[in-house]
Design a protein around this ligand. Structure first.
Ligand SMILES: Cc1ncc(COP(=O)(O)O)c(C=O)c1O
Length: 398
């Protein structure tokens, strides 16, 4: 919950500025808004922080994934490699845009592995929607050569990984387009909101136009600009943007706190026999929003989770304590349930989703336990959490 832990006078001031002008719309009304363009200011903060040439704010992380796919040129009938371990929004976006998800294996990075990608690559593969899961980057040194060799379109869903870098480059900047979420639970929040980034000017123009019915935002006469492409309304409101802007200014502080608190918890767990950690190709680049560790078996992980629940320690095992993040809980997707006809109904699924075999992903997610790291954790509470976490695991291992 990092960003939401830090709401304060600055967020209130920025929101009140918007309310005082009465202009909640991000475009136009130049005189009435008195020079305030909060969405633009949020985008400038995001460009500064990530190093992206272009950032474009939208209404949610989910619409940011859709916008990023569209701006990267992915659409109807395109086969896109995806992960079975992500918030379900990634798969929904691929399906809703008419593309065809091809599931590949993850590994202990919690992200798609290069081996997993290779195993499902075919001449029909158009791209990869790569998710940087649980606050840290995928193994980009292994994945990027595949992207280049097979001329794939890479879109990065970094919905959970704003603040994560791989060897100095922000996630979201390895591919053609990338995106983030500013929902209530993220490292920086706008209440609701999302952000797309790119270094490609054409992709940026497509992001800005696609998310606003094709408006090109040229000149002062909104509605009389020429249309280049079709789009829809994924706009972010100025009130949400005002909060997001301040939160982006706080991100370095939040990440520093996260790292400190995560290190304290991690070093306590590192003393314990049998516990291993999520593999991070670049630990320095971690946004440290989650502490992810593995028990030696899925059975032990279930026991620890039960003990945590009894002892008041909040955590996730995505296999069975949350229906939205792992494919074992996604029957509605495997059965292609939708109120309307999708591209996949027309073209057919590229894999038999109900018969999919993902033994490595099952093994990794089965053993995984994930703890949210609080940034604003009072020292005494953190100490109590750490001691209880260790005591709970000891009870199970005794
Ligand atoms: C990887 C990933 N992609 C997309 C989203 C969707 O973001 P939002 O909740 O802002 O729509 C999330 C949300 O948690 C996510 O984790």
């Amino acid at each position: 919950m990092a960003g939401a832990e830090f709401f304060g006078a600055e967020e209130r001031k920025e929101v009140n500025e918007v309310l005082d002008t009465g202009i909640l719309f991000r475009y136009g009304f130049d005189e009435a808004r008195k020079g305030m363009f909060k969405a633009k200011e949020l985008e400038a903060e995001a460009e500064k922080f990530t190093g992206a040439k272009f950032a474009h704010a939208v209404s949610s992380g989910s619409t940011a994934v859709t916008t990023s796919l569209a701006a990267a040129g992915i659409g109807l009938g395109d086969e896109v490699i995806v992960t079975p371990f992500t918030f379900v929004a990634t798969i929904e976006a691929v399906m809703l845009i008419g593309a065809l998800p091809v599931f590949a294996e993850i590994d202990e990075t919690l992200c798609l592995s290069s081996e997993g990608i290779k195993a499902v690559l075919t001449p029909k593969t158009k791209g990869i929607c790569l998710v940087h899961m649980c606050g840290a980057a995928a193994d980009m040194d292994a994945i990027m050569p595949l992207v280049k060799e097979h001329n794939l379109t890479l879109v990065e869903d970094a919905g959970q990984a704003l603040g994560a870098f791989h060897k100095g480059t922000s996630v979201g900047l390895f591919g053609k387009t990338g995106c983030f979420s500013f929902d209530f639970f993220k490292i920086t929040t706008a209440g609701e909101g999302g952000l797309c980034i790119t270094n490609d000017e054409t992709a940026y123009n497509h992001m800005a136009e696609y998310s606003d019915h094709g408006h090109t935002h040229q000149g002062s006469n909104r509605g009389m600009e020429p249309h280049h492409i079709m789009g829809t309304n994924f706009r972010l409101s100025e009130t949400n943007a005002a909060i997001g802007k301040v939160q982006m200014q706080r991100i370095e502080t939040i990440r520093t706190h996260n790292k400190k608190h995560k290190a304290i918890l991690k070093s306590a767990l590192a003393q314990m026999e049998g516990i291993t950690f999520r593999h991070m190709p670049d630990p320095e680049g971690d946004s440290a929003t989650f502490l992810n560790f593995f028990m030696p078996t899925a059975e032990l992980s279930q026991k620890v989770m039960a003990q945590f629940a009894e002892d008041g320690i909040a955590g996730f095992n995505y296999w069975y304590t949350n229906m939205y993040h792992f494919i074992n809980q996604w029957d509605h997707i495997k059965e292609l349930k939708s109120p309307n006809k999708l591209g996949i109904h027309h073209f057919g699924a590229p894999q038999d989703y109900k018969a999919l075999k993902l033994p490595k992903s099952n093994e990794v997610v089965g053993r995984l336990i994930s703890l949210g790291v609080k940034a604003n954790w009072p020292a005494e509470e953190l100490e109590a959490f750490k001691n209880q976490m260790v005591a709970s695991i000891k009870k199970v291992l005794a």
